[in-house]
Design a protein around this ligand. Structure first.
Ligand code: SF4
Length: 402
């Protein structure tokens, strides 16, 4: 298939595909799917071998957000029955992080609901970062606190943060349909703040919110231009009690095509399968490891993931290996750029977007109709049976899943 040969050649050279080529990946048939996975898998192996980086989420503050992100169970007016709690103390967060590190995670992602942190919040997160770094030598810490004000990225960097997450989530054209309380431009600005403070930028998307193929290509091309070091790809879990509760648009095949497209457009970047992995990829998860080089271990912010041990077994069974703490994730040319400061490279959670789509669906019993806003994805039945609210780990007395 000429398209795939071209895309592999470009990926191996770190050359940007055309928009038409990216769209063509999303339009491939099921007959072509294994060829698409194999082609994108060649690009993935060129830059990341067979390594899988594990990341671990610690939800520092859950629920009660004043923002209105439609996909999020923590949004203003959400009826979702998620855990709600205010800031974890530094030692509580360090203990939660420790479970992930013990399970093999090399990055801990500290997430808090809300529009953005106050300076006092930045101070408390700084103390948390210091506690984690003290107790878990060598662990990478990424903060995900929403929109940053001037100077806050620098304070987090000074406290030892390695990275900052703030997702673009969807295309600029459709952003206003998803959220009205902040703008796409606000998000871009926060990612740039993080980069210019020397933080490694993590910024990704949420698929399955009713967007078109063109929207997906738009947001991935925008990410390529923004040049984050990691790109989380979330698959919307339509959470009962949120406006997108009926958007069950994704199939495992569609998720694989999306991941392949992201890999071709961002060949040498850490592509992370984020929220919705278990719900939408289901038994196709191991195939997705040929496309992404990074996943979250265990639970998400407000929803459960599969057992941490099942994640580790899946990686081993599929012939991949967990990336060790001593291994640099990024290819040499990108790792050098990070060491020199991300601001040098031209070129972010929803305020916790990554968690937001992760936060999907609580009701195990309610049946929602298939999504209706897209024609290009083959909608399946609502699978609310696959989704459960997180009831263990941070914010509870129960042991975490890691
Ligand atoms: S994604 Fe973040 S900012 Fe948006 S509603 Fe959820 S917690 Fe609030």
């Amino acid at each position: 298939m000429n398209l795939l040969n071209t895309l592999v050649d470009k990926g191996l050279r770190r050359e940007l595909p055309t928009r038409d080529e990216a769209l063509a990946v999303l339009a491939t048939s099921d007959d072509e799917l294994l060829d698409v996975v194999a082609a994108a898998g060649r690009v993935r192996r060129q830059w990341f071998g067979r390594r899988v980086k594990l990341n671990y989420l610690v939800n520092l503050k859950s629920g009660l957000c004043p923002e209105d992100c439609s996909y999020c169970s923590q949004r203003l007016g959400s009826k979702a029955g998620i855990l709600k709690y205010t800031w974890l103390k530094p030692d509580q967060a360090a203990e939660a992080a420790g479970a992930g590190v013990a399970g093999g995670a090399k990055r801990v992602c500290l997430v808090a609901s809300g529009r953005g942190p106050t300076d006092r919040d930045v101070d408390r997160v700084s103390k948390t970062i210091e506690a984690i770094k003290e107790q878990h030598e060598g662990v990478e810490v990424c903060a995900c606190l929403g929109l940053l004000s001037d100077g806050q990225a620098e304070l987090l960097r000074a406290a030892g943060a390695d990275a900052y997450n703030h997702n673009l989530n969807t295309s600029e054209a459709t952003y206003g349909d998803i959220t009205t309380t902040h703008t796409y431009a606000d998000r871009v600005e926060t990612v740039r703040h993080a980069q210019s403070a020397g933080l490694s930028a993590c910024s990704g998307l949420i698929a399955g919110m009713g967007e078109s193929d063109a929207d997906l290509v738009d947001v991935v091309f925008a990410l390529r231009e923004l040049d984050p070091d990691s790109v989380p790809v979330n698959f919307l879990i339509p959470f009962e009690g949120t406006p997108l509760a009926e958007e069950w648009n994704l199939t495992p095949q569609r998720c694989l095509r999306i991941l392949a497209m992201v890999r071709f457009v961002c060949p040498d970047v850490e592509v992370r399968i984020a929220g919705g992995r278990e719900v939408h990829l289901r038994s196709m998860q191991p195939l997705a490891l040929h496309l992404a080089n990074s996943i979250f271990l265990g639970d998400y912010l407000t929803s459960e993931g599969q057992a941490g041990k099942a994640d580790l077994d899946m990686i081993a069974d599929a012939g991949f290996e967990v990336e060790g703490a001593g291994t640099v994730t990024l290819p040499e040319h990108r790792a050098d750029a990070v060491a020199g400061g991300c601001g040098s490279r031209g070129g972010g959670c929803a305020p916790c977007g990554e968690g937001a789509s992760e936060t999907a669906a609580e009701a195990r019993t309610a049946q929602a109709p298939a999504g209706t806003r897209t024609a290009q994805a083959a909608p399946g039945d609502a699978r609310t049976d696959l989704v459960a609210v997180r009831r263990r780990g941070a914010g509870t007395d129960l042991a975490p899943n890691a």
